[in-house]
Design a protein around this ligand. Sequence first.
Ligand SMILES: Nc1ncnc2c1ncn2[C@@H]1O[C@H](COP(=O)(O)OP(=O)(O)OP(=O)(O)O)[C@@H](O)[C@H]1O
Length: 277
Amino acid sequence: MLVGHPIPNAPAGPCNLPAVVVERLTCRLGDREALSGIDLVVDAGSFVAVLGPNGSGKTTLLRCMAGLQAPSAGHVRIDGDDVSRLAPAVLARRLALQAQDTDAALGFTVREVVGMGRLAHRAGFFAGETARDAATIDRCLSALDLTGFAKRPVETLSGGERQRVMIARALAQEPSILLLDEPTNHLDIRHQFSVLRLVRSLGLTVIATLHDVELAGRVADRVVLLREGRVIADGVPPAALSPAVIREVYGVSAVVDRQPGTGQIRIDLQPLDGALT
Ligand SMILES: Nc1ncnc2c1ncn2[C@@H]1O[C@H](COP(=O)(O)OP(=O)(O)OP(=O)(O)O)[C@@H](O)[C@H]1O
């Protein structure tokens, strides 16, 4: 069960500054411009979903925000500081990225991997685990429904279980900014809901790439739609998820309305050339 607050000491983002500012961000990878002049200002404490088709630049945008990918032009500022100028440990105490790739976790137990999230908080390289580290790791394991997996080698876990480990590791970092790269793509429906509800409840600034447009419309305060490295739409759902925008970005037709009763956003997607079946 996802109960309790896994990171009760998470620092609050400064209220007078946006948490993340992306300015004219361009990123060339090989012979391809993965991002072309992206501008984005993300308010502290908001949940932003980044949407777009395969190859539209979502992961590259998160990697630039996390300082893992140097832009060809432009800047990313975290709480007012250029990420490229922040020491890795300082950046890691402010921002955590849950990446899709779990290769770095192989060969370690689940608890050890979640514990890696605490490294940025250690007094020194050889400093051991503190009581607070241990308590934070235990809370994050519990929050992601992983307590029973703590001693298991990560390579023995399923795809969805591994994905929850990487989210727990990011939360153990106690960041004020949480970047999630397709956090729900391997998760069953119950865990999709519980993970998104959990990260929403923490009061963090969350920027998450998602493929599920309807889920994004329900969970996010704001959606940013990319296509070919450019922002095509940016705004509050459902207005920013209009059928015209969805058609332009994904090349599919959409009916966007609200569920009778719950009022939840409902998006019915179909190929342009008719019903799927
Ligand atoms: N190392 C690289 N060298 C060359 N091109 C790259 C490299 N990494 C990514 N790209 C290209 O950059 C573009 C953006 O990739 P990115 O991974 O950011 O897309 P994405 O929106 O996250 O896609 P997906 O939904 O498939 O995960 C793609 O066309 C991809 O092929």
